[in-house]
Design a protein around this ligand. Sequence first.
Ligand code: DP6
Length: 332
Amino acid sequence: ATEEATAVAHPNIALIKYWGKRDEDLVLPRVDSLSMTLDVFPTTTRVRLRADAAHDQVTLNGAPARGEALRRVVAFLDLVRERAGRAHRAVVDSENTVPTGAGLASSASGFAALAVAAAAAYGLDLDATALSRLARRGSGSASRSVFGGFAVWHAGPARGTAQEADLASHAEPVPTGDLDPALVVAVLDAGPKEVSSRTAMRRTVDTSPLYESWAASSGADLAEMRAALLAGDIETVGEVAERNALGMHATMLAARPAVRYMTPATLAVLDRVLRIRRDGVPAYATMDAGPNVKVLCRRADAGQVAAALWEAAADGTVLVAGPGPGARLLGG
Ligand code: DP6
C-alpha cells in the first residue's frame, strides 16, 4: 500500500444550507443541502505514515495544530485507520488558502482533501461516493467538496439503522442546464468567528422555535432549486438560495441565546444586492456562519456585480469565483 499521498480540494458554498445534525457522531444532517464547489482557495494536504511515531503530527499552514482542530483531525485519522486495519500514526501537512474561521468553509476543503489523501496513504480504495461519506465524518460540508460543480448532499432516511443512514448520507453531482454562474464573494471580516458553526447549529436545533419550519421548507426549496438548475434559470436558483439562507439566519436569531453572524457590513452589502437587482441585474445573496456575503449571478455580470460590492464592502475584499473541480489526488 502507498505510504504517502497528497490531495487538493476546494471549498463549496451552499445554496440550500446544511444547518442542524440528527447524529453528531456520524455527522448525519437534518436536511438535504446543495452547493457549488468553487475554483478559488484550494487546500492541499499531504499525509505520510510513520511506523515509529506514537502520535499524529499535524500542521496547518506550517503551524502545529492544537486543541479542537487537532482533536478533529486525529479522530478522523482514527476512523481511516480502523477501516484500513492499520495502526500507523501519520504526519499531516495542510496548506489552506481560505481565511480560516471566516465563514468561508475552510473545513469543507480541509476535510475533503484530508479524506482523499488519508484514504490513499492508508491504502483504502474508495470511490467518490465512499470518499464523500468519509469526508462527511470530518465536517458535514466536506462531503460536497469531494465533487466539482454543483453537488447535493443527501441527509439519508430519518428511520433505519445507523449503518443504513451512514451509507445513504453522501453527496453526488447535480445536473445543470445552460448556466454560467459566478459567486462574487465579499470578504468583510476575515477574523475568527465567535461561535463555531458546530456549536451554533446545535444550539439552533435545541432551542430555536423557528428551526422545524425552516427545515420543512428547505425540502421544497431543494426541489425547486434542482428544477431551476436543470432549466438554467438563474433567477429562480438565486431567489431560492437567498430565501433559504435568510431563513437559516432567522432560525439562529431565534435561538436562545441568539446567534448572529450578520454585521452592519453584511447588511450594507445585502442592501446593495437589492439595488443591483433593481437595476435589472440578477444577483442574489447567501451567507454562512460568518459576516461575509456571497452573491450568485451570471458570469457575464460578475464584473459589474463585483464593482458594486467593492463600493458597499467598506474595508472588505471582493473576489469572483466560478464552479471548481472536485477533490483529487496529486500525482506522485
Ligand atoms: C452554514 O460543515 O462546517 O456553512 O459538520 O459541524 O463541521 P460541521 O459543520 P460545517 O457547517 C457548515 C454550515 C454552513 C452551511 C453549509 O455549508 O451548508
